[in-house]
Design a protein around this ligand. Structure first.
Ligand code: ZN
Length: 259
């Protein structure tokens, strides 16, 4: 069924009325290899399914900026695609202009793909300079792992990403086509190097993390449990978004800065 919260599925009057309330959601994606058992668009589907659940809770339209994100290090696997950071920034900046003109003042970016994060921050900076819009970012892969650390391992194409795709559309998970992955410890150690916060390299090729392209334990979660988890993540995003937005408004009122 078509999702009623996607902007492109709304009639213009309904969209205008919702946007005039001042809030909208942008989804960023990625089209990149996730072994034989998960689709290329795993990160896009994950962010989309969480975003539309949040949309129903806060009654804000969702615009999926692009299924493709910034993932140059997956290009050795055919079918993986990347945008240049400038392209994603320009897409986000251009659509934000239209949303701002319709009355949006707070933009929630729902992201699942780690490789988009630096670009989203730059895009937010440009959006906030160009339009009277405040950008708030939800890193949903970090939220999912943080809420369910034992079940939702922070791997690539493992339990956490499988759960997100199961919650979106079970038919996209093809466990029978699973290829051999790398040992979890090897992948985790490799990823940890790029996730250091003090001194860190920038990834050029995902084989620096896992030669096979993936690692993790994808078989450990049922579709029912996956939907429960993703609903809980949507609840968390909603609550944290409201909390951050109101805390920010209070601080702005105190310092007398721009609204
Ligand atoms: Zn992924």
């Amino acid at each position: 069924m078509a999702d009623e919260w996607l902007l492109e599925n709304m009639s213009q009057p309904r969209a205008a009325a919702l946007l005039a309330k001042g809030r909208a959601i942008l989804v960023t994606g990625s089209v990149e290899q996730h072994g034989g058992h998960l689709p290329l668009g795993t990160d896009f589907h994950a962010a989309s399914t969480i975003a539309t659940r949040v949309a129903a809770r806060i009654e804000a339209p969702v615009l999926r900026v692009s299924p493709v994100g910034v993932a140059p290090y997956h290009l050795p696997w055919q079918g993986s695609l990347t945008l240049r950071p400038r392209t994603l920034i320009d897409l986000m900046l251009d659509v934000s202009g239209g949303l701002a003109a319709a009355g949006v003042r707070t933009l929630l970016v729902v992201n699942w793909h780690e490789g988009n994060t630096p670009t989203i921050r730059l895009a937010a900076d440009e959006i906030q300079r160009a339009h009277p819009v405040r950008v708030i970012v939800a890193e949903t892969h970090i939220i999912t792992n943080g809420m369910f650390p034992d079940e939702m391992e922070f791997t690539h194409a493992g339990a956490m990403e499988t759960a997100a795709v199961l919650a979106h559309d079970e038919s996209l998970v093809t466990m029978s086509e699973m290829l051999d992955g790398d040992p979890v410890e090897l992948g985790t150690d490799g990823h940890a190097l790029f996730r250091r916060r003090d001194v860190f390299p920038v990834m050029t090729d995902f084989r620096e993390v896992a030669g096979s392209g993936w690692y993790g334990s994808p078989g450990s979660v049922s579709a029912d449990r996956a939907r429960e988890i993703i609903d809980a993540v949507a609840d968390h995003v909603t609550a944290a978004f409201e909390e951050v937005a109101s805390a920010l408004a209070e601080r702005v009122a105190v310092i007398g800065g721009p609204a």
